[in-house]
Design a protein around this ligand. Structure first.
Ligand code: TRP
Length: 460
């Protein structure tokens, strides 16, 4: 973190930049949210759309965010002010700040669950329990008055303490070691899940697309999930881009981050769907899928106790590296644009997040006044940020890059001032300028007017 431009902190090495961005990307979005959304949207059909979106929208938008961040050396709002002074573009940054608040509010609810589950693992609470009992406890926990709130507060506190330490020491050091460990545990879990009864049914659900299931809803679901999972669309990676060395190859950094992130999401699918079917749960069970199924898998493993404990610790850390990137957006803005000291900015930001987050957590209780029928405040935050704010932000970011910045600036930044060769740079620019904005618009229009394109095709 910095108090001005001269002594701006930065990542120490290329692998550090990849680790930090991957740390932001990999989180509850991959392991908790991906299986929920994929399950609700038809499994295989969703996966194909998701992968296409990562390739044609995710990669170009992530490159755009890094370019904007590294070129301006600024936070999300400051970046637009530097690159397009006296225009309205900084509104994109402000949308990002709003988005960071709203995402953190409900993200910290779920992040708090990981701490409860670490505690439950330590006291060996899951041992010998069946799915019904585990589910019951999960519901009781969510319904209890203060427990989820305490964990949420602890989690926000942890996030704030890392931010105060500064970027390099805080984020880079931990992610470099812990992310690979998480991958190893996920691989072990995949193997276990695949050896359960009826595992192949789950794999079929996840990998065999039923094309008749692809609707506008699947597209917007995949779009929101892809943006959420890659941490794009609100400037988190503009802020991180500003800490990346001018010598790093942005394209290979982005490709690595997108590959690792997608790999982790797919592994989560390979773990959850076979296990769900084997335990007799519908893959559409949504929300509680992961938190109920995983302890069951551990129950069936030799050494389950220790694996369970390590897994939830790593999941909490994966969530932590994500919440850090979200809070960092807010803190860097308060610090650089409003000249609030780093410590104060971190405290103000965290308290504000906790206040909205409190409402998100409480809305999950049965009969909460913050919920109406099935529409609870928590879900409203999730839907609004992922399916509306992030895609809108992503759209504005690529339009900014494609239409406002010059192609010369793009070329200069992506080739590190002509010092490296980027084979596909014209193709990437073409996608950023024409294809990606068009694709996002089409998906939006299709959601707002569900039969728009069907009608056009019919009349042709
Ligand atoms: N990508 C993270 C996850 O999958 C969540 C996250 C962190 C995020 N930073 C973000 C989402 C910025 C959107 C924007 O868990």
């Amino acid at each position: 973190m910095s108090n001005g431009n001269q002594n701006r902190d930065s990542f120490g090495s290329k692998i550090g930049a990849i680790a930090a961005a991957a740390g932001s990307a990999i989180g509850l979005g991959n392991i908790y949210r991906f299986p929920c959304v994929a399950g609700e949207n038809g499994g295989g059909a969703f996966l194909i759309v998701y992968l296409l979106i990562i390739l044609f929208l995710g990669i170009p938008i992530m490159i755009s965010e890094f370019i904007i961040g590294r070129r301006s050396q600024k936070n999300t709002v400051g970046a637009f002010k530097v690159l397009a002074p006296k225009t309205g573009w900084s509104i994109v940054g402000y949308i990002g700040i709003l988005c960071a608040f709203l995402i953190l509010a409900y993200y910290s609810t779920i992040a708090g669950w990981t701490l409860e589950y670490i505690y439950k693992s330590i006291i060996n609470n899951f041992a010998g329990k069946d799915l019904y009992a585990i589910k019951q406890e999960f519901n009781n926990f969510n319904n209890s008055a203060i427990r989820p709130l305490v964990w949420q507060a602890v989690f926000i506190f942890l996030t704030a303490s890392v931010i105060i330490k500064g970027i390099k020491q805080g984020i880079e050091k931990y992610t470099k070691i812990l992310m690979p460990l998480l991958l190893i545990i996920l691989i072990i879990l995949c193997i276990k899940s695949l050896t359960l009864n009826n595992a192949s049914e789950g794999l079929k659900f996840f990998f065999m697309p039923d094309f008749s299931k692809i609707t506008g809803k699947v597209f917007i679901g995949a779009l929101g999930q892809a943006f959420f999972s890659l941490s794009i669309g609100m400037g988190a990676l503009i802020t991180y881009g500003s800490y990346i060395s001018k010598k790093d190859n942005l394209v290979t950094t982005v490709t690595s981050v997108c590959l690792i992130d997608t790999f982790v999401a797919i592994m989560a699918g390979i773990i959850i769907f076979p296990a769900a079917i084997s335990f007799g749960i519908s893959p559409k069970a949504g929300d509680s899928l992961v938190f109920n199924i995983l302890p069951m898998i551990f129950n069936k493993m030799t050494g389950g106790y220790i694996f369970c404990l390590i897994f939830f610790i790593l999941l909490a850390i994966a969530a932590l590296t994500s919440t850090i990137s979200l809070l960092e957006v807010i803190v860097a803005f308060l610090n650089e644009e409003l000249n609030i000291s780093l410590n104060k900015a971190t405290i103000y930001g965290s308290v504000a997040v906790f206040i909205i987050g409190l409402l998100a957590t409480l809305s999950r209780r049965d009969g909460s006044i913050l919920s109406f029928d099935n529409i609870i405040f928590f879900n409203i935050l999730d839907y609004f940020t992922n399916n509306i704010l992030l895609p809108t932000g992503g759209l504005l970011i690529i339009v900014f890059l494609g239409w406002k910045l010059s192609k010369k600036q793009f070329n200069d930044e992506i080739t590190n001032g002509k010092t490296i060769k980027i084979a596909l740079k014209n193709f990437i620019f073409f996608i950023i300028k024409f294809i990606a904005p068009f694709a996002i618009l089409v998906i939006f229009i299709n959601v707002i007017f569900p039969n728009f394109f069907a009608n056009i095709f019919r009349t042709i």
